[in-house]
Design a protein around this ligand. Structure first.
Ligand SMILES: *[C@@H]1O[C@H](CO)[C@@H](O)[C@H](O)[C@H]1NC(C)=O
Ligand SMILES: *[C@@H]1O[C@H](CO)[C@@H](O)[C@H](O)[C@H]1NC(C)=O
Ligand SMILES: *[C@@H]1O[C@H](CO)[C@@H](O)[C@H](O)[C@H]1NC(C)=O
Ligand SMILES: *[C@@H]1O[C@H](CO)[C@@H](O)[C@H](O)[C@H]1NC(C)=O
Length: 264
């Protein structure tokens, strides 16, 4: 029973000592927004520290900017008394991270997510159109409307509005997901090839023969290596996709025949 009381006391004590009375909150913000991370103290406290935990960088001590790094040029601290709130102006994706307002051992942390809105392009029958203008369709015709979204961001979907009716979902719609490549090793003629599904497209391939890197190539000549274990990887803007290992036991390409001319 005594032990319980002691433990409870230790847990509660630092709270009581902390002069921080309003704490920062985690949140999601759009690129370009001005973000306020609250840190308000009971009395003036020149020992308050703002830290970027991911970069292990002290940004402010008291009201003074501590870091000289260019990255934090858009960071300010509130000028009003007892108000040590951090202001991040014109937030960019690089400002995403884990920030901490600290008073000695008391750390009040907040995770900031910066959302990038995608750039949208609308295409009708393969040509780009002005999305603010209505599209004229003829009854009975098939029209292909594509909504392309560039950049990472929240989900994007396509809706149609017909005349003065409400918004509706298209009858058939297909979403090409942006993902890292999915790859497999194929034997095509006398080549071992890395075949990948990728959107956005592959920027770089690599082939491995028995685990050994054979360079930035999409294919290798089978007859130089077989029998062997082949695998490959491909890189796109999202990440790296790796194939499974495929054992190729014999050379499956065409053999070369010598043509003999026999005089009779
Ligand atoms: C603290 O400072 C920020 C930025 O100047 C301001 O928006 C906020 O209202 C202030 N909060 C208090 C409680 O004074
Ligand atoms: C698209 O159409 C809107 C409305 O008609 C117009 O204000 C805008 O300038 C157009 N944009 C382009 C890129 O043509
Ligand atoms: C799109 O193409 C289809 C078939 O090629 C055609 O019937 C239709 O009129 C076109 N629609 C527009 C808006 O250009
Ligand atoms: C291919 O991999 C298998 C399983 O790891 C191994 O048993 C075999 O010896 C390898 N073959 C060659 C030709 O390296």
């Amino acid at each position: 029973m005594d032990a319980l009381i002691v433990i409870a006391f230790l847990l509660v004590l630092p709270q009581a000592w902390s002069t921080i009375i309003q704490v920062p909150e985690s949140g999601t913000y759009s690129v370009g927004s001005n973000i306020l991370l609250k840190c308000i103290t009971r009395e003036e406290n020149i020992n308050i520290i703002w830290k970027d935990l991911e970069k292990d960088t002290i940004i402010f001590i008291g009201k003074g900017k501590y870091t000289k790094k260019e990255k934090y040029r858009n960071f300010e601290i509130s000028s009003s008394p007892r108000n040590y709130s951090l202001i991040i102006n014109d937030a960019s994706p690089t400002d995403e991270g884990f920030y901490s307002c600290q008073d000695g051992d008391i750390h009040r942390n907040a995770w900031l997510t910066i959302e990038v809105l995608p750039t949208l392009t609308l295409c009708v029958n393969k040509s780009t159109v002005n999305a603010s203008k209505p599209i004229t369709l003829t009854t009975g015709n098939t029209v292909v409307v594509i909504c392309k979204a560039q950049n990472i961001g929240p989900n994007v979907f396509l809706e149609l509005k017909y005349g003065s009716g409400g918004w509706m979902k298209p009858k058939h719609s297909q979403q090409d997901s942006n993902d890292k490549p999915t790859c497999k090793v194929e034997v095509i003629h006398n080549q071992i090839q890395c075949i990948c599904d990728a959107n956005p497209p592959v920027k770089q391939y690599k082939i491995f023969v028995d685990g050994e890197d054979k360079g930035n190539s999409k294919s290798v000549q089978a007859r130089h290596y077989v029998p062997a274990n082949f695998s490959c990887l491909a890189v796109n803007d999202i990440g790296v996709g790796q194939s499974e290992v495929r054992y190729v036991s014999k050379f499956q390409g065409k053999e070369y025949f010598k043509t003999l001319c026999i005089k009779t």
